[in-house]
Ligand binder design. Structure first.
Ligand code: NIG
Ligand code: FE
Length: 403
């Protein structure tokens, strides 16, 4: 017989979907029924039946239940660290100067090429477990630290094994166009990426490109995306992060699921994203860590009706964090958005950026029962007290993974 779990005495149950956008829906004094790993029903507390009618009753004691966080942009499979570079940056050298001199991403490429698949797997698994202990229940993982066929494949294989081992949703993205491997010329490397795209079918779900000054151009993005689209890949892009290049406009016009970073995106780019239903993935941790002062036009995005998503960007160069709670906190306080808007972006919005908002991210009947029980009864604490870990228990497909 299928098990039914009853989570009762929920102080606040947070749901998020298209109709609650850009906010969440807050339900009070209710109970959540989980059957076969999926959300079955939400009941009023007064409708809960005697305990023997359920497989198990869990008393939530007035705490808040929120959808599991969806980290929709990470580079969590990598070798090495970049602490020296961090010290250089705080002393005034810019991220792009370091990259253009052959450091930055190139240092991680060296370390990732050298690492065995087993080492990369063990390290990334440890990172994911720490992320799950902080409330993340679905992930996106990019390649992009190989820039050759062998290492890019090795990274994506690690991602696939992590999905199987940790039994959480993992979306994989081929980010061949992350940097130009020396001594290749840009055009030569773009040719290489285009030629090899078919080899990543079945391994990656999507394709990404870093469109930036002295990295890849809007024309490169167009070439890569047209080919990727023909091959059936989802499209996502690192765009307008450190300068305005117009990649977000082009990516939206080509039907990208998400445009990520967007610090320099203009109202015209935002309109194109709205018209295409492209999600804006914002990563305030990157702005903080790189010491940037430019922030995305978040309120123009909200006014235009663009869906917002949040992500860590977890990587050794521009945002070494595992913590979606920190990101939610930073988003509300840096962008001046409400706790509900930040939480909706970290759940529903992020799931939509991956094309999976029907399957998870909203705690709606029929969806995967991926959720967190907070230590508090008020979800606003997530953006109020900083530096706390508010996760009491985490459930993935109705199975307790923490607490
Ligand atoms: O999303 N902007 C480019 N790529 C990553 C950083 C990668 C790195 O520095 O290792 C980003 O910020
Ligand atoms: Fe990134």
């Amino acid at each position: 017989m299928t098990e039914t779990l009853c989570f009762r005495n929920i102080g606040e149950l947070i749901q998020a979907d298209a109709t609650s956008q850009p906010d969440v829906r807050v339900r009070t004094n209710c109970a959540l029924l989980v059957t076969g790993g999926r959300v079955d029903k939400i009941l009023r507390e007064s409708e809960v039946k005697p305990a023997n009618r359920y497989t198990r009753v869990i008393d939530v004691k007035g705490r808040a239940v929120v959808p599991g966080f969806v980290d929709c942009h990470t580079h969590l499979v990598y070798g090495g660290e970049r602490k020296d570079e961090m010290v250089d940056r705080v002393s005034g050298v810019s991220y792009l100067e370091i990259l253009n001199k052959g450091g930055g991403i190139h240092d991680t490429v060296k370390a990732t090429r050298q690492a065995t698949e087993a080492t990369l797997y063990d390290q990334a698994k440890r990172r994911m477990k720490r992320m799950m202990a902080l409330g993340t229940t679905a992930f996106e993982i990019k390649s992009g630290y190989g820039l050759d066929l062998e290492t890019e494949t090795k990274m994506l294989k690690v991602g696939k094994r992590l999905r199987q081992a940790l039994k959480v949703p993992v979306t994989l993205t081929y980010l061949g166009a992350h940097a130009i491997p020396r001594p290749m010329k840009r055009t030569q490397y773009v040719e290489f990426v285009l030629e090899n795209l078919p080899k990543f079918r079945g391994l990656a779900d999507g394709v990404d490109i870093f469109c930036e000054k002295n990295v890849f151009t809007v024309a490169d993005l167009r070439l890569v995306f047209l080919q990727a689209k023909l091959l059936g890949f989802d499209l996502r892009a690192h765009v307008e992060e450190l300068s305005h290049q117009g990649g977000s406009y082009e990516a939206a016009r080509l039907g990208a699921l998400s445009c990520d970073h967007l610090e320099y995106a203009t109202p015209k780019d935002i309109q194109a994203m709205h018209a295409a239903g492209t999600v804006a993935v914002l990563m305030p941790g990157v702005t903080l860590f790189l010491g940037g002062t430019k922030q995305p036009l978040v309120h123009s995005m909200l006014d235009a009706g663009v869906t917002l998503a949040l992500a860590t960007d977890c990587n050794p160069g521009s945002c070494p964090t595992y913590n979606m709670q920190t990101v939610i906190y930073l988003a509300a306080n840096m962008y001046r958005i409400t706790p509900g808007q930040a939480l909706a972006a970290a759940t529903y919005g992020a799931a939509k950026a991956l094309g999976h908002h029907r399957e998870y991210g909203g705690l709606l009947p029929g969806q995967r029962a991926d959720f967190n029980i907070l230590k508090t009864g008020d979800h606003r604490d997530l953006v109020y007290y900083f530096g706390e870990n508010f996760i009491d228990q985490t459930f993935v497909a109705g199975r307790r993974v923490k607490g």
